[in-house]
Design a protein around this ligand. Structure first.
Ligand code: HEC
Ligand code: HEC
Ligand code: HEC
Ligand code: HEC
Length: 131
């Protein structure tokens, strides 16, 4: 009889830990896919395109920043990217200040917070809407 009680206790402790773990995991996953106000960030857009966290983060759970090289695995070479935005003048992907190969995506595109237009700090007239 006593044994069974201990066993049940062990089981409910396991359940409790499991649920807490699950809650923490879900909270972490959701807080990295949208801001508290529910705005869609790049992480959400990637999720909609069928990409999970490991599409960008190698480690489980995600902990490190994601380098430009990872973005380029899917978004092709710079020449392709430049041609995609060639209608914009100037082209945000072809800055005259650095060679295309040195473009760092995270200067403008953020994944878990609002993206920014890095050009506008010096050129007020370059108004880009950065996804
Ligand atoms: C499109 C690629 C991409 C996807 C998908 C993605 N992340 Fe990220 N993650 C990044 C980038 C890039 C950073 C660096 C910060 C930034 O630019 O927002 C980052 C940063 C983080 C960090 C912070 C690391 C630090 O040291 O500050 C955590 C934690 C994280 N991501 C968790 C997640 C989780 C959880 C998911 C799945 C819901 C996810 N990420 C999906 C690209 C991605
Ligand atoms: C595993 C493949 C993969 C990786 C890695 C990846 N992406 Fe994407 N990305 C996609 C797909 C798929 C889409 C949706 C289709 C499209 O627009 O090309 C997308 C869409 C986008 C868009 C367009 C969003 C819009 O509103 O149209 C941007 C900007 C973008 N990704 C930037 C990044 C950046 C920055 C990184 C690196 C931190 C990254 N991606 C990493 C696959 C990837
Ligand atoms: C100077 C800021 C800036 C940097 C740096 C930058 N981007 Fe962009 N990106 C933009 C803007 C602005 C747009 C939206 C263009 C438009 O309105 O059509 C865009 C659009 C995109 C798109 C969507 C293109 C489409 O029409 O389908 C992808 C994918 C993308 N960027 C990937 C990248 C990747 C990968 C890097 C790093 C190599 C990068 N970007 C670096 C500003 C930037
Ligand atoms: C730290 C300040 C700074 C930033 C950030 C910056 N620029 Fe510039 N840019 C300058 C200065 C200074 C000049 C030269 C003076 C001028 O022509 O206004 C210049 C000139 C230019 C020119 C004219 C070059 C020519 O052929 O005469 C273009 C186009 C340009 N920048 C595009 C960009 C783009 C695109 C971005 C974002 C990716 C950017 N700049 C970010 C400071 C900056």
């Amino acid at each position: 009889m006593k044994k069974r009680v201990v066993c049940l206790r062990g089981f409910s402790l396991f359940c409790f830990c499991f649920l807490i773990g699950l809650a923490v995991f879900l909270l972490a996953a959701s807080s990295y896919s949208a801001d508290p106000a529910g705005n869609a960030f790049l992480a959400d857009k990637h999720q909609k395109a069928g990409l999970n966290c490991q599409g960008c983060h190698q480690e489980i759970p995600p902990a490190k920043l994601v380098p430009t090289a990872t973005c380029m695995k899917c978004h092709g070479d710079m020449a392709k990217l430049i041609s995609k935005t060639s209608k914009l003048a100037p082209n945000p992907h072809a800055s005259p200040h650095e060679p295309p190969a040195e473009t760092k995506c995270e200067t403008c595109h953020h994944v878990h917070k609002k993206s920014e237009n890095s050009c506008v700090t010096c050129h007020e007239e370059f108004v880009f809407k950065v996804p």
